[in-house]
Write a protein that binds this ligand. Structure first.
Ligand SMILES: [Zn+2]
Length: 254
């Protein structure tokens, strides 16, 4: 997230200069899970997402990733449904999770929510790696309180802030390709839910990891970062380092 302090450097991971960042952050796949998708879920998919999703089935089923859907797709703007805990171990849900992980890593991003590949279910995946973080300066990563963490898969996550500390940083999204905006996020959060084995989990996160969790959980409620960003901070990725308008607060912890 910045000119020095404020950038979400995943930017630099993009293969093309205009690609998005924050895994949220947010590609697609296609595998056996799709063919198992029950009719009730199919109905939930937006028409465009659905066509992409199932369109892939007709090709090479094992090699394709589902596309990341972009802002405007209904699935990104509506609340996603809870996963039935009894179905977490099913091949269908497990395949969705595997695909989400592949899509996130392929983007690459530090997080992905199921709606971003057209699936209206409450599933998020996230991870941050040293190789991503090392693209930032030390000053930036310190300001962002950004440290690597292992892959997390959370179903039906419930997030709450455990302090009122917040920070302002630029944030982007794989579903809002090519743009960023400043978002205020809590610095300390707790997330409970299920892991991919169906076991209850609880995660305490701070700093950048907390930001990623908030961004991904927002996706499950149909909220994009642009719905929460500070007005007048929206800009193209190329203009990330341009000064903020004088009326805007400084980036960093508040
Ligand atoms: Zn996102």
């Amino acid at each position: 997230m910045g000119a020095v302090v404020q950038r979400l450097r995943l930017l630099h991971l993009r293969r093309a200069p205009i690609s998005p960042l924050l895994g949220s952050s947010a590609s697609a796949f296609v595998n056996s899970s799709c063919s198992d998708t029950p009719p009730s879920w199919r109905k939930c998919f937006s028409s465009k997402a659905r066509s992409r999703w199932f369109g892939g089935l007709e090709g090479n089923k094992k090699s394709k990733l589902p596309p990341i859907v972009s802002a405007g797709e209904t699935v990104l703007h509506e609340r996603a449904a809870e996963v039935n805990p009894k179905e977490i171990k099913s091949e269908r849900v497990q395949s969705m999770i595997d695909d989400m992980i592949k899509v996130m890593r392929n983007a690459p991003g530090v997080g992905l929510a199921a709606p971003q590949i057209g699936i209206p279910l409450r599933i998020i995946v996230l991870e941050d790696k040293e190789e991503y973080i090392s693209l930032d300066t030390e000053e930036e990563t310190q300001a962002e309180d950004r440290r690597p963490f292992d892959l997390l898969v959370i179903l039906n996550p419930k997030l709450k802030n455990i302090t009122n500390r917040t920070s302002l940083f630029f944030e982007g999204c794989l579903s809002v390709n090519g743009f960023v905006g400043v978002v205020e996020r809590y610095l300390d959060v707790e997330v409970s839910g299920y892991d991919r084995h169906g076991d209850p989990i609880k995660i305490n996160a701070t700093g950048w990891q907390a930001r990623i969790l908030q961004h991904e959980c927002d996706h499950l409620d149909g909220t994009l970062y642009v719905d929460k960003m500070l007005p007048r901070t929206f800009r193209t990725m190329q203009n990330l380092d341009m000064p903020l308008p004088s009326a805007c607060p400084k980036l960093g912890p508040r």
